[in-house]
Ligand binder design. Structure first.
Ligand code: ADP
Ligand code: TRP
Length: 322
């Protein structure tokens, strides 16, 4: 099956991105045909400094490669290196209405959080639909917050196909882990680059420890049992544990004498341990940015070889190939 997903280089990937999307993508690589891209055009809705954007693209690519994305097996590229996606986005924008886009939660949330209501931000879901439909994607693993964008994509595909009376666009299936909650950030809100409440798995040891120590906890004294329900610390730690591990963590919370500081120190050690090999690999990868650029260039050529025939079909069926 063709599996596709993308991540915005609007900062460095955090544990929320890792557990909801990056980890699953890398697992799919073993069994499916994986298309993975860095959504550079999308992040222009929030990143305005070109130097920052360029650096974020390389850093995000290094993270993916270190985590095990194999560019020989999977197609791995930067969105803006396949500009056909913009042409498709324009064509698709004629298959959705303004009132429909006005319903998008992510647009409303981003505006509420201070982003400027630019046209790019407003039409973000149309570009996302183009990302998915340009490559004939069958399955799209994303976090829960992207569910509505997938519904918009399916809507657009259906209307497009209906209008040209042919199955030109493949109908994608969202792949969302419904029973897995959004990963909470240090302050209990959704972990997000825009809330400054994230844990970066590739942070220096000192900063990683500092961010883990900053996880918000209540003021239960050390010598009293602590509640693990509604605990951000418990929820984040659980991501690294199997069922017996979670049950042991519950016991630690309930054992008087175990302070939050001790539990945070164990979490810090668990994170380092979990990402140890990837952290070593990443340090070597980021020292060779030209190698990263080569990998991405080759990936873009492969992606383009899939995109071109599709855009040709779309042009044919829309009347542009007169
Ligand atoms: P951010 O909100 O930090 O800017 P992105 O919008 O780039 O993150 O999200 C990339 C992917 O990670 C998407 O599939 C999104 O659903 C997922 N994701 C982002 N934050 C979280 C979170 N806190 N918990 C689970 N998944 C998340
Ligand atoms: N909107 C996604 C996010 O913020 C990133 C993204 C852009 C994406 N295009 C995509 C994800 C296509 C899956 C498929 O996380």
């Amino acid at each position: 099956m063709r599996v596709l997903s993308g991540i915005q280089p609007s900062g460095r990937p955090h544990l929320g991105n890792y557990f909801s999307m990056m980890k699953r993508m890398i697992e799919y690589q073993k069994t499916d045909e994986l298309f993975c891209f860095i959504a550079s055009y999308h992040s222009m809705t929030s990143v305005t400094d070109g130097n920052v954007l360029a650096q974020n693209i390389l850093e995000t690519a290094a993270d993916f490669l270190a985590l095990g994305l194999d560019p020989a097996k999977s197609v791995f590229w930067v969105q803006s290196d396949v500009p056909e996606v913009c042409e498709l986005a324009w064509i698709l924008s004629n298959h959705i209405t303004v009132p429909q886009l006005e319903l998008a939660h992510s647009y409303k949330d981003k505006i509420a959080n201070g982003l400027s209501p630019g046209v790019g931000l407003f039409s973000y879901p149309v570009l996302m639909a183009a990302d998915i439909l340009l490559f004939g994607s069958e399955k799209v693993p994303v976090g829960k917050d992207q569910k509505q964008h997938l519904e918009i994509t399916r809507d657009i595909a259906e209307r497009f196909n209906k209008r040209c009376d042919a199955e030109v666009l493949v109908m994608p299936q969202p792949d969302i882990l419904e029973n897995v909650a959004l990963v909470p950030g240090l302050d209990g809100r959704k972990m997000s680059k825009s809330y400054n409440n994230v844990i970066y798995p590739f942070e220096s040891e000192k900063k990683l420890r500092k961010s883990i120590m900053a996880i918000q906890t209540d003021s239960t004294p050390v010598d009293e049992p602590k509640s693990y329900t509604d605990s951000v610390l418990f929820d984040i730690y659980s991501l690294f544990l199997d069922t017996p591990g979670k049950s042991a963590l519950r016991d630690r919370f309930q054992t008087p004498g175990e302070g939050y500081g001790h539990i945070k120190q164990s979490l810090y050690e668990a994170v380092l341990d979990y990402f140890r090999i990837a952290r070593e690999k990443r340090a070597a990868i980021i020292r060779r940015p030209d190698d990263i650029r080569d990998i991405l260039r080759t990936g873009a050529e492969r992606a383009r070889s899939v995109a071109r025939p599709l855009i040709e079909k779309v042009r044919q069926s829309s009347g542009l190939a007169y």
